[in-house]
Design a protein around this ligand. Structure first.
Ligand code: Y39
Ligand code: FE
Ligand code: FE
Ligand code: FE
Length: 243
């Protein structure tokens, strides 16, 4: 009947159109207001990720070259996301972003001073990278065309960063398991809190909270499996998010 025909036609138009009808209006004040915080988080995150890989290189000096490469990618990401903000005529709220990362940043700095490379890698190369991968994968589905292109390039790199941490922890698992578990217990709840803290702004950008959580848990659990932890250990680690 007519109604079915009409709705079929609409579905086809939606899926053929490169700008889907579900995309938010990128020009509204509410979109820009939310974007000023999310964009700042991403810019600050990329800068801190750069600094963290440079710091980690002081703990693993024989991998200076590889870690410097990762750090350089993070600076490229920062430039890309800065351009995304400029493209939407948004001024990033960097003060908010610094506060957003401050607890995790502090924990990283303490671990760095103690020479706790396992904790540093868990914080940056596993937790923060998995957080980035989840956010960027969800964002790509609802981003403006300019930001979408940039984010697609960035997320490929973030998988390389996650893999780096994964590989190191896998090779050193026999000596780092206890520290890994303890660092996870302290820092996974912080990631969960950060996710809760951005959820409202993210939803203005049409990024769904449950989807963000789901994507995070996939990247996180997948990495723990690759590191060589068994199901029970992975479940125990993931439980730290819900206390
Ligand atoms: O390794 C990296 O590049 C990580 C620093 C970047 C993570 C940025 C944090 C993304 C969270 C955004 C939350 C939006 C819902
Ligand atoms: Fe990055
Ligand atoms: Fe710092
Ligand atoms: Fe990264």
């Amino acid at each position: 009947d007519m109604q079915t025909l009409e709705s079929n036609k609409k579905t086809i138009e939606e899926s053929t159109n490169s700008i889907s009808l579900d995309l938010p209006d990128f020009t509204t004040d509410s979109y820009k207001d939310a974007y000023s915080r999310i964009n700042a988080i991403v810019i600050e995150g990329e800068q801190e990720a750069h600094d963290n890989y440079i710091s980690i290189a002081t703990l693993i000096p024989n991998e200076l070259e590889e870690l410097t490469k990762l750090a350089r990618m993070e600076m490229k990401h920062k430039k890309g996301f800065t351009a995304c903000g400029r493209n939407l005529d948004v001024v990033a709220d960097m003060e908010f972003a610094k506060k957003f990362f401050s607890k995790l940043h502090g924990n990283f700095q303490v671990a760095l001073k103690k020479g706790n490379v396992t904790t540093c890698l868990l914080i940056q190369a596993i937790l923060i990278e998995a957080f980035a991968i989840s956010a960027y994968n969800v964002y790509i589905r609802v981003a403006d065309p300019f930001a979408k292109k940039i984010t697609e390039g960035v997320v490929k790199d973030e998988y390389l960063h996650l893999n780096y941490g994964q590989q190191w922890l896998k090779e050193n698992l026999s000596t780092c398991k206890d520290e890994l578990m303890e660092a996870n217990k302290v820092n996974l709840p912080l990631i969960k809190k950060m996710l809760d803290e951005v959820a409202d702004d993210a939803s203005v950008l049409a990024m769904d909270r449950e989807e963000l959580m789901e994507e995070f848990m996939i990247a996180y659990q997948d990495t723990l499996m690759e590191i060589g932890l068994d199901n029970r250990e992975i479940a125990r680690m993931a439980m730290a998010a819900i206390v």
